[in-house]
Design a binder for this molecule. Structure first.
Ligand code: GLU
Length: 441
């Protein structure tokens, strides 16, 4: 059975880049009828915050990305201790004592000698007494002894990948202060939680080589890995510069349609066209990792806004009735109101302007030069209640009485009733209007 996970660190708010990872993993599980887990990578006690963890859950719920179970790495420290003990016993985890400064000197020497700046494993040669002395003096950290061979995997997006583990330093898995680092905790979790598919950003490719070896050293079979390209801004600039404005909570506050955001991110960077979709199931149905390319993917907020409007317009009444109820639209009129205005709103926030016109009348008076015409038109206005035929009957009568036609007929009447020069079909809107304005403003 397919099991995927989204594994953010609760050290900040989620942004569109994180969402891409979350969504891909949710879609892979959904397509396969599998399980999608939310895992909080919170072993960094200083930087992880409960409020960020809560925000991650809230943001994912807003988007309708449901997880089967939540796991917290901070609850699993005993599991990492057991796994570390196994690696120690098999000689794959060794204690090292270099300070950051000493490591920097080693790297500089290696570079000067034309060698790659890979940790030299000097700690492996230390005698027990020397280790005791260094441990007492400065404390030690724990490194994973990589097998110096090529690590290869068939990446779900990048295709065949081959990394020379000999060109990578043995990764530190446990810090001097005991903190278990992501590389290790994640590998233990992926193994013990039965994760079958790991999809994440291309910045993790080197970690993958180490994690494949860690999982194998723990007796497991690595999951299928896929690394998606990173998002950039519309000009190809690093998205990090814009992340402030692309946090999911900011997009939510700006009235972003969740389904538009999901529809966009599920196709951006793939060979499939971006189309507004009505549900996550619909998005999942056409989703295929193999259709994504390795090149950086441009994210343009303007495209999101446009897709948001298309998405909103395609929604049925049930999807907006909560917003209409909040505006005070009576239940009996919600369907008629939504049909009238759906083509004229780009965001849900714009619903209120139209409802105000329906209940409170036009936002602006008509131009003074139309006063005589409007007085005549007002006298011909049918009695309420108005229905879907009122506009045609009324404009027909006004046309017959005044001789006006076309734009010169319709425009001033629309303007008089709504205060605007454009908007929903008047035949649909008229039955919803409660205010008959004075003809002379
Ligand atoms: N906590 C890691 C991150 O946010 C997870 C990476 C992974 O999916 O393994 O980058």
């Amino acid at each position: 059975m397919t099991v995927t996970r989204f594994a953010p660190s609760p050290t900040g708010y989620l942004h569109v880049g994180n969402l891409r990872t979350a969504l891909f993993n949710a879609l892979i599980a959904a397509r396969a009828g599998g399980t999608f887990l939310l895992r909080l990578d919170d072993t960094d006690r200083e930087r992880s915050r409960p409020e960020y963890a809560a925000a991650i859950e809230e943001d994912l719920r807003w988007l309708g990305l449901d997880w089967a179970r939540i796991e917290r790495q901070s609850d699993r420290l005993d599991r990492y201790a057991v796994a570390a003990e196994r690696l120690r016993a098999s000689g794959r985890l060794y204690e090292a004592f270099e300070t950051p400064e000493e490591l920097e000197v080693k790297r500089r020497i290696a570079r000067a000698a034309g060698r790659p700046p890979v940790y030299d494993r000097a700690a492996l040669a230390l005698a027990p007494a020397e280790k005791d002395r260094l441990r007492a003096e400065r404390g030690g950290h724990w490194r994973f002894r990589l097998d110096r061979e090529r690590v290869e995997w068939a990446d779900g997006i990048l295709g065949p990948v081959s990394i020379d583990a000999g060109s990578v330093s043995d990764p530190v898995l446990i810090r001097g202060d005991g903190q278990v680092l992501y590389t290790f905790a994640s590998a233990v979790d992926d193994l013990e939680m039965g994760i079958t598919d790991v999809t994440r950003g291309a910045d993790h490719v080197t970690n993958t080589a180490a994690q494949i070896q860690i999982i194998a050293a723990l007796g497991g079979t690595p999951p299928c890995f896929a690394h998606h390209s990173l998002l950039t801004g519309p000009e190809g600039e690093a998205l990090s510069k814009r992340l402030g404005s692309l946090a999911l909570r900011d997009l939510r506050a700006a009235g972003t349609e969740p389904l538009a955001l999901l529809s966009l991110l599920a196709r951006l960077g793939s060979s499939d066209p971006v189309e507004p979709r009505a549900s996550l199931a619909e998005i999942a149905a056409g989703f295929d990792l193999a259709r994504f390319g390795a090149a950086p993917t441009k994210f343009d907020p303007a495209e999101l806004v446009a897709l948001g409007a298309r998405t909103l317009r395609s929604l049925d009444l049930a999807a907006v009735s909560g917003d209409l109820a909040a505006l005070g639209v009576p239940e009996a009129e919600r369907g008629a109101f939504w049909e009238a205005v759906r083509g004229n709103v780009a965001t849900r926030a714009e619903l209120s302007g139209w409802w105000r016109i329906c209940r409170e009348g036009p936002a602006a008076p008509p131009p003074a030069e139309e006063a005589a015409f409007l007085a005549e038109a007002r006298a011909l206005l049918p009695e309420r209640p108005w229905d879907g035929g009122t506009w045609a009957a009324w404009t027909g009568a006004v046309k017959a009485a005044t001789g006006r036609g076309g734009r010169a007929l319709f425009q001033p009447l629309r303007r008089w009733l709504t205060g605007l020069d454009h908007g929903p079909e008047m035949a649909r809107l008229m039955p919803l209007l409660r205010v008959t304005p004075p003809a002379d403003g």
